[in-house]
Design a protein around this ligand. Structure first.
Ligand SMILES: [Zn+2]
Length: 303
């Protein structure tokens, strides 16, 4: 794909969490893995010839800890690197206490396995708006594409040299042979924004889609179609589950009926996502979205 997948080996696992090395005069790593992966990422970059003085950019697709948790340590290890992050994420990377507390609430018993986040010095952070360009070399830039839905602080990045789009979690996750899974943790899930983000990525006509979990997603047109359909399925399930039961459990049942996780994922990916607690987190995230829409008095299907 012209971009190198770096396995950040969260929890020692292979093929679950990806970062990307984008080479040029000013090389970038896109995403860092969690704090507990910092040493593995440093080693992976060293193996690829990227020493402490070589990395120019640490680019974050969003500030969930499995994507950004090692950024503080990597910023120390690569003192010339600037950290590029969505404006909604910038202050949390500089002062991570609230982000860490919120993450502990979402990840529950598994939180210690992610680690926390060391602060990045504010003067080394670039808050990147939609369309922000990260210069890698004379013929290569990473262009930020605003991509909320999974998180309000999410960007995808278009690599102008290859036409690849590194999507973070904006399109869902696909790993270990399973179907595309719409990971939708609380608190930011926004179905309408998610569909708009799929459309925004599609207009770039990506040659390759690189996911946060894991690697090359497969045929871009097919994956974009699946991602779009999944937002609609999850919105319907959230609305109907909430109206029936008004609880996370009822929404979880509706999500499972609409998208039977074990059958769609296969045994390996299902076991991984269960241990990660991302399937139950998705029920919570979809339920929270449905509850807020009901409370706001709007029609959730239109949001
Ligand atoms: Zn995420």
């Amino acid at each position: 794909m012209g971009i190198e997948v770096v396995d950040t080996r969260m929890w020692g696992w292979e093929g679950v969490t990806s970062a990307y090395l984008v080479r040029g005069e000013a090389p970038a790593i896109v995403d860092t893995g969690p704090q507990t992966s910092a040493a593995a990422v440093r080693r992976a970059l060293a193996d690829r010839g990227i020493g402490p003085g070589d990395l120019a950019w640490i680019v974050l697709t969003h500030i969930h800890l499995d994507h950004c948790g090692a950024s503080g340590q990597l910023a120390r290890s690569f003192p010339g690197a600037r950290v590029v992050v969505h404006p909604r994420g910038a202050r949390h990377i500089a002062k991570p206490e609230r982000l860490i507390a919120g993450s502990a609430a979402v990840y529950g018993a598994q939180f210690p396995r992610y680690g926390g986040l060391d602060p990045v010095p504010a003067e080394r952070i670039d808050a990147a708006e939609d369309g922000h360009r990260v210069r890698i070399g004379p013929q290569r830039e990473l262009v930020a594409i605003e991509a909320p839905g999974h998180a309000r602080h999410q960007h995808a990045f278009l690599d102008t040299a290859t036409g690849a789009v590194l999507a973070g979690d904006a399109l869902g996750v696909r790993l270990q042979g399973g179907d595309l899974f719409p990971a939708l943790p609380p608190p930011d899930v926004d179905m309408q924004a998610g569909r708009a983000s799929v459309a925004a990525i599609a207009t770039r006509d990506p040659t390759v889609l690189g996911l946060g979990h894991f690697g090359d997603a497969g045929d871009p047109a097919e994956v974009l179609g699946q991602a779009d359909a999944l937002w609609a399925v999850m919105a319907d399930a959230g609305r109907s589950g909430w109206r029936r039961g008004g609880s996370v459990a009822a929404v979880g049942e509706a999500v499972e009926a609409a998208w039977p996780a074990a059958a769609r994922l296969g045994p390996r990916a299902h076991a991984t996502l269960t241990e990660l607690t991302w399937i139950e987190a998705t029920a919570k995230g979809v339920a929270r979205w449905a509850e807020q829409r009901e409370r706001d008095g709007g029609d959730p299907s239109s949001r």
